[in-house]
Write a protein that binds this ligand. Structure first.
Ligand code: HEC
Length: 103
C-alpha cells in the first residue's frame, strides 16, 4: 500500500514536471485507459491516433466521447464494447479525450 502511494505521488510529480504529452499519457495510464488502448496500435480498444483521425472534423467529439468513456459503449470500432470507467470524473474524461484528439 505504501509502495502504491509512493508511485502515485511520483506520477503526480512527474506529470507536473514533464512535457505535456508525457504527462497526459501518464495520467491516462494511471486511470487504467492504457490497459486496453495504446497510442498507435490497436489493443482491446482502438489506437488513440485512429480515434483522433476519425473525429478530427467533429466539433462535438470531446463532449460525446468523454460521456462514452464514463458510461462505456460499443458499436463503433468492432464487436467489443468499452466497459464504463467510473474511476474518471467528467473533467478527467474530458482532459484525457482532448489529449487523445490532439494526437
Ligand atoms: C476494458 C478495456 C477498455 C478500457 C479499460 C478502456 N477502453 Fe476505451 N475502448 C475500449 C473498446 C473495446 C473500445 C471500442 C468501442 C466501440 O467500438 O464503440 C473503446 C473505445 C474508446 C474510444 C472511442 C469511442 C468511439 O465511440 O469512437 C475512446 C475515446 C476511448 N475508448 C477512451 C478511453 C479512455 C479515456 C479510457 C480510460 C478512462 C478507456 N478508453 C478505457 C476498451 C477499453
Amino acid at each position: 500500500m505504501k509502495r502504491l502511494a509512493i508511485s502515485a505521488l511520483l506520477v503526480t510529480m512527474c506529470s507536473t514536471w514533464a512535457a505535456p504529452v508525457w504527462a497526459d499519457l501518464a495520467f491516462a495510464t494511471s486511470k487504467n485507459c492504457m490497459s486496453c488502448h495504446a497510442v498507435d496500435k490497436k489493443l482491446v480498444g482502438p489506437a488513440y491516433k485512429d480515434v483522433a483521425a476519425k473525429y478530427r472534423e467533429d466539433k462535438g467529439a470531446t463532449e460525446r466521447l468523454a460521456a462514452k468513456v464514463m458510461k462505456g459503449g460499443g458499436g463503433v470500432w468492432g464487436a467489443v464494447p468499452m466497459p464504463s470507467n467510473p474511476q474518471v470524473t467528467d473533467a478527467e474524461a474530458k482532459k484525457i479525450v482532448s489529449w487523445i484528439l490532439s494526437l
